[in-house]
Design a protein around this ligand. Sequence first.
Ligand code: ZN
Length: 405
Amino acid sequence: MQRKLPLKAYKYRIYPTDGQMVFFAKTFGCCRFVWNKMLDKKMNAYKKKERIPGVTPAEYKKEFPFLKEVDSFALCNVQLQLEKAFKDHFRNRKQFKLPKFKKKRDKQSYTTNNRQNSIRVDFEKGLLYLPKIREGLKIELHRRFEGKIKSVTVSRANDGKYYASILVETQNPRNKVVEPKSKACGIDLGLGHFATVTNDFGSYKFEHPKYLLKGEERLRRLQKSHSRKQKDSKNSEKARLRLARQHTYISNARNDFLHKLSKAIIDENQVVVVEDINVKGLLKSRLAKSISDSGWSKFLTYLRYKAEWYGRTFIQVDRFFPSSKLCHRCGYKNEDLALHDRTWCCPACGETHDRDVNASKNLYFVGIGRPEVTPVEQALVDDRSPKGLPKKLSCDETGSSTTKS
Ligand SMILES: [Zn+2]
């Protein structure tokens, strides 16, 4: 069987003419209409605890002939997206809520597929050709790509700008591959810092970038200001636009940061080990949510696919691996460690741990394949210091003897 080529998405700003905007608005509207119709049918069955029926957009075309005017691939994709949403929900109810009805105010988009060259890009003229847009659409092609176009998603952001995200089957999605300098690294995702990383050269803390924190602050201010304005007034519309622009700015800035950091980590290390973030329980805290929001899971997604592109190994440890509670030196497990304990002292070997550094070191050891640390009992037998905790020097010995490194 032929190996599947990796897919890569390229997003560009597009500048539709007035006529094309009307066409897009129609298509967005039809997609929303069909989504809501199909969802309604499925939800009725769901509420009655009946089997959820399969629905296709085609069955509405007779009753609502305007559906025939738009790109039929767009409607097909709505069906696929809706089916996926239900599937995801039944697979993992906690993470995936039931799909919702779409409103006109939501972000609008539709996806169309390339069949027999129905989608083309002219890099010289700066034009994108889509089904039903034969005259071409003005597109800002700030970067080139090579490969076969699979599909295009056209979207209109809240601030009124239009974008096309082009999904391309590409032979070689990567930039230059560099030799890793470090065998492995362990990454602990944190609250105070974005991430703590340990590799062959030591431990590093990566802060949330200042511009992001400042941007979030401004976002909150704009949110407040928007909610204070009288509904449907001119000022409210202006505030909404400012808010939408800030949202875009933040999400672009965050993605940029996540891409650069994940790329740097993948470049430097052969094996990348991360924890299962569901365990963190930190997302429950309000503060964490506002700061890192989608940040963590996006970061892990970026690491995972970049690892694949660049031939690195990506390991996500089991949720039962106690990366924070384990003393990285002697293997003692601190069952009493609370979420707010930023540092702790190992009663077995006397080492003082920074919570995040210790966790990232444990993850690093998973990466370099250190043999299982010997259980605690052995380390607890302390025949060197009469006054309980051993001195720092002797604890080095404990570390190396029990870990057999
Ligand atoms: Zn210890």
